[in-house]
Every structure is written in structure tokens, then in C-alpha cells.
Design a protein around this ligand. Structure first.
Ligand code: PMV
Length: 322
């Protein structure tokens, strides 16, 4: 009998960043990380079992996936439901740009883990879903929960201690993330290839790894104390350290565009004027600015003055079945 399940998950943005893997097939990170789940941006995924064809059919935003991206999703379905499972139809929609450093793979594999388990009648708790989602895309293990989430590096070789852990609920703190949409095209190099190149060629990489756990502890303490200046400083420090390792990789990985720097300077100017707003960037040119929700209009105005569109987002909720 064919079964259908539909799930939604939000992307998350790392405050303290993950870059580097201690195990590539299992997506085990070299460092722990800390994130906030976003509202409004969302992946909505429907999985139907017993698709009549010989192959899975995977459709993202209306276009069928082929080749390696399709194989990646099929492998993930095998992981959840065993390789002799029936073929599936997977239909997924993002209401925001895909693969542009806006964490679309996090919400995608979060929603896919939840929908696939439900379609195959597996009732998994969020921690086990997080362990599965991690194997699709590392950062996806943080998207099962709303609010503020830590991902521990763990030390087990099979990864059983490396999953998301909710640190504070959605209503813990009324902060917002304003996304400065510098560019929405696909990124020049994907995160896994970028991490491998960094690990292989960047002389700064050992320093990045050895200082990361203290950054997570500092970020978490600031979060629990609701100290925005302290959290923002820990976040920016983690961002610049991560991008420094990327840029000192050979050939260099530089996701920034000129408008990335224009936005960074606009946020520094706001801070010089007394407003607590802090920047972070991922594997793409966009800047995400963390600030108090009451300060969003001033942050949006400062970003838009640079000619870049701004999209304010709040703190989002858990991944859920629909
Ligand atoms: O899990 P991936 O492959 O999407 O890698 C995410 C890496 C960063 O976005 C740059 C940092 C992070 O912690 O999300």
C-alpha cells in the first residue's frame, strides 16, 4: 500500500560555526556549533512510497533532480528505510533561494528525514531524526528543533553522540535575524568540497579547530544570559575565523562579494552609533544580522542604504509533520 507523508522544516543559521569534518561519509564535524532556527523560510517536503518506476523521482521546486544530487537523496532514503525499500516520489519546495548560503540543505534534510520516517511508519524521536538528518547534510541535524540549538562534535566513531541538542526554546529571547540578500545564485563551491580543501591546504585550520569549543561555550553562556553584545561578539569572531580559514585555503575559497563588505561596514557603523547588531556569513555572499526585534527597522534601513535587499526573520519553531 502506498503511503504519503508531508513535513516542514526551517533553516538554521549558525552563530558559532561548523567548518571541517572528522568523518566525511557520516558528516561528523571537527567542531561543535550553535545555531538559531529561522521562521518564515521553510522547506515543505512530501514523500510517497510505492512510486511505480524503477527509480526514485525527486522533484525540487518543480524540477526533477538528476545525477549526483538525485543519488544523494536516494542514498538518504536507503539509510532511513533500507536499500530494498519501494521506490519513492519526493516533492520538495523551498520558499527561499536554494544553495546560496541560506542553509537550504539544513531545512531540506530536516524535512526529508521527518517525512521519510513517517511515510515508512517509523516513529522516531527528534534526537534520532537529528542523527539521520546529519547524514544528509551536517547542519540539518540542528533544524529538527525551533529556538536555539547546539550540535556537539561528539567522539564516537559511529557518530551516535553527534546530534542537535535544544539549548533554549523559541520564546527564550526576542531577537531577529535580518538577511541581507547580496546574491541568490548557487555558490561557487559546495560546503563539503570547501571543507575538504580547507582541511588539506589551510595552515590556519588547526587553530580554528582548537579554539572552537571555547567559542561554543562562550556563545551558549551569552545566549543563556541574554547578553547580546557578548553573543554577537562571539558570533562575529567565529564567522571571521571560519572565513579566514576559507580565504587562506589554496585555491582560496572566497564567498564574499563587494556588497558583502558594504553590508558589514553598514552594521559596524550602526554599532558605532550604539545599536547592538552583529553580522555572520556562511558558504555564500549573504550577510545575516542578529539584533533585537525592536531594532529591525533601523537594521533594514542601514542594509537597504547599501543597495542590498533586506529580509527580517524571527526565531522559528520545530520541524513538524503536516
Ligand atoms: O552542513 P552543511 O554542509 O550545509 O555546511 C554548513 C556550513 C556552514 O553553513 C558554513 C556553517 C554552519 O555551521 O552552518
Amino acid at each position: 500500500m502506498s503511503r504519503t507523508a508531508r513535513a516542514q522544516a526551517h533553516p538554521n543559521i549558525a552563530l558559532i560555526k561548523y567548518w571541517g569534518k572528522r568523518d566525511i561519509p557520516l558528516n561528523l564535524p571537527a567542531v561543535s556549533s550553535l545555531s538559531v532556527t529561522l521562521d518564515s523560510f521553510m522547506t515543505d517536503t512530501t514523500v510517497t512510497t510505492e512510486h511505480a518506476d524503477e527509480h526514485d523521482l525527486i522533484v525540487i521546486n518543480g524540477s526533477p533532480l538528476t545525477d549526483r544530487p538525485a543519488a544523494r537523496v536516494s542514498r538518504f532514503l536507503d539509510l532511513v528505510a533500507s536499500p530494498d525499500r519501494p521506490r519513492c516520489r519526493v516533492e520538495s519546495h523551498n520558499n527561499f533561494p536554494t544553495a546560496a548560503g541560506l542553509a537550504s540543505s539544513a531545512s531540506a534534510f530536516g524535512a526529508l528525514a521527518l517525512a521519510t520516517c513517517a511515510a515508512f511508519d517509523q516513529d522516531l524521536d527528534p534526537t534520532r531524526l537529528s542523527l539521520l538528518a546529519r547524514q544528509g547534510s551536517g547542519s540539518a541535524c540542528r533544524s529538527l528543533w525551533g529556538g536555539w540549538v547546539r550540535w556537539d562534535r561528539g567522539s564516537a566513531a559511529d557518530g551516535r553522540d553527534s546530534h542537535g541538542i535544544p539549548v533554549a526554546p523559541r520564546d527564550h529571547w526576542d531577537l531577529s535575524v535580518v538577511v541581507a540578500m547580496v546574491g541568490s545564485g548557487p555558490k561557487p563551491i559546495g560546503s563539503t568540497a570547501g571543507m575538504v580543501r580547507t582541511q588539506e591546504t589551510c595552515p590556519l585550520y588547526p587553530g580554528w579547530v582548537s579554539s572552537a569549543e571555547a567559542d561554543v561555550a562562550e556563545g551558549q553562556a551569552a545566549l543563556l544570559a541574554r547578553d547580546l553584545d557578548r553573543l554577537g561578539a562571539a558570533m562575529e569572531r567565529s564567522t571571521y575565523k571560519m572565513h579566514a580559514t576559507m580565504i587562506a585555503t589554496w585555491p582560496p575559497i572566497r564567498y564574499w562579494r563587494p556588497n558583502t563588505v558594504a553590508v558589514l561596514e553598514a552594521i559596524e557603523a550602526l554599532r558605532a552609533g550604539g545599536l547592538s547588531a552583529w553580522s555572520t556569513m556562511d558558504a555564500g555572499p549573504n550577510v545575516k544580522v542578529l539584533c533585537r526585534t525592536a531594532d529591525v527597522p533601523r537594521v533594514v534601513e542601514a542594509i537597504e542604504r547599501t543597495g542590498v535587499a533586506a529580509r527580517p526573520l524571527g526565531v522559528g519553531g520545530d520541524a513538524r509533520l503536516v
